[in-house]
Design a protein around this ligand. Structure first.
Ligand SMILES: NC(=O)c1ccc[n+]([C@@H]2O[C@H](COP(=O)([O-])OP(=O)(O)OC[C@H]3O[C@@H](n4cnc5c(N)ncnc54)[C@H](O)[C@@H]3O)[C@@H](O)[C@H]2O)c1
Length: 341
């Protein structure tokens, strides 16, 4: 019987994190560095994941190898070793703002980095790959067909409006899911998919709802517009997302499987915004407002499969995680050492 909620990895593995300087990748690397005796390599172009003080300290303290390069260029992969036991594939251009403003770049970059990674694996020795996907892949199924929420992994994936820029990101993630599962089957490596659901925490950049809120509260916006107030989401604190991811990589029986990683702690955006306001000691007024077009009205993963097959159990309740995150962003913004947009 595996230790519940703690992956059972043994020492000595060679592990690569593509996009490992980013929000989730940095935290997976930190967890592995502190809890495993692995040889770790982070590869990234540092477009979004930055070589900030946190990154430098982690890399130096644990002797982590760093490879700088753009995965849209196949030559970047020549800098890597020939064999890895585990590869975490986290690299992607993310964010609704990017999808809406540079959809052609989302298509170009995300398809190229998925394709180049798959073709590099073809000529290398890789034991297992974990590809990071998103709940956005099934958002259209919920909206168009009223599919059940909380939503399990077998939900059919669907794009509601194929020409809408917002959905370019989900299109490339669907390609990734299909690409990794099918290359793995044919070429003989193992592959597992995780679909993240609203992961948040310190050092996540500023292109997410919670850092946006902190910035807006600090400007003392009044009235404070509560965009999408009645929409619901289940927010997953980064430590829980890391645990789910490492379990999906390391637990036996996960090859070829997809896991929804998140929490079932579903709250309204209004709840989130009002509590963030309390934490920020906001005394102004609130005004409800509509949200981005294409934004799903309800989102919550069914994590029964991750619970039963991985022993995954999220531990951080949203109010606790939100406080840690809001405090971190306030401190960061006051530090003057601003690295993130
Ligand atoms: N954070 C979430 O809530 C969430 C939700 C769903 C899916 N995901 C997925 O999880 C993964 C990690 O997300 P994150 O929040 O850490 O994002 P992130 O933007 O912080 O990390 C992605 C990393 O990929 C790197 N990268 C991008 N393009 C690259 C390129 N061409 N070459 C090399 N490196 C490149 C970036 O510099 C960055 O460090 C992504 O694939 C994302 O799509 C995240």
């Amino acid at each position: 019987m595996q230790n519940q909620n703690t992956p059972s990895g043994v020492g000595g593995k060679n592990v690569l994190l593509l996009g490992g300087a980013g929000f989730i990748g940095y935290n997976i690397t930190k967890y592995l560095a502190e809890n495993r005796n692995y040889t770790l390599t982070i590869a990234d172009n540092f477009a979004r994941g930055k070589q900030d003080d946190y990154f430098k300290e982690l890399v130096e303290k644990h002797n982590i190898k760093v490879v700088a390069g753009d995965f849209t260029d196949p030559a970047t992969f020549n800098q890597l070793d020939e064999a890895y036991d585990q590869v975490y594939m986290l690299a992607s251009v993310v964010g609704v703002d990017n999808a809406n403003s540079i959809p052609h770049e989302i298509i170009r970059i995300n398809t190229a980095l998925i394709f180049n990674t798959l073709e590099w694996i073809r000529r290398s020795k890789v034991g297992k790959v974990l590809f990071t996907s998103t709940s956005e892949c099934y958002a259209g199924t919920i909206e168009a067909f009223g599919y059940t929420t909380p939503t399990p992994e077998e939900v059919p994936l669907c794009i509601q409006d194929i020409g809408h820029p917002r959905f370019t990101y989900a299109v490339t993630k669907m390609l990734g899911e299909s690409g990794f599962l099918n290359y793995a089957r044919i070429l003989g490596f193992e592959a597992t998919i995780v679909r993240y659901h609203n992961v948040y925490g310190p050092r996540m950049g500023f292109k997410h709802v919670i850092p946006h809120l902190v910035v807006r509260y600090r400007k003392n916006e009044d009235p404070f517009k509560v965009y999408g107030h009645d929409q619901t989401r289940a927010f997953c604190y980064i430590d829980d997302a890391v645990m789910g991811t490492v379990l999906a990589m390391e637990q036996p029986g996960t090859n070829g499987e997809i896991f929804h990683i998140g929490t079932q702690d579903e709250i309204s955006i209004g709840d989130l915004i009002h509590y963030a306001g309390e934490l920020m000691n906001y005394k102004g007024t609130f005004e409800n407002a509509p949200t981005y077009p294409g934004s799903v009205s309800r989102r919550c993963p069914d994590i029964t499969k991750a619970r039963t097959q991985l022993g995954f159990e999220p531990k951080v309740m949203w109010k606790e995680g939100l406080k840690i995150t809001v405090d971190w962003y306030n401190e960061y913004l006051e530090s003057g050492k601003l690295v993130y947009e």
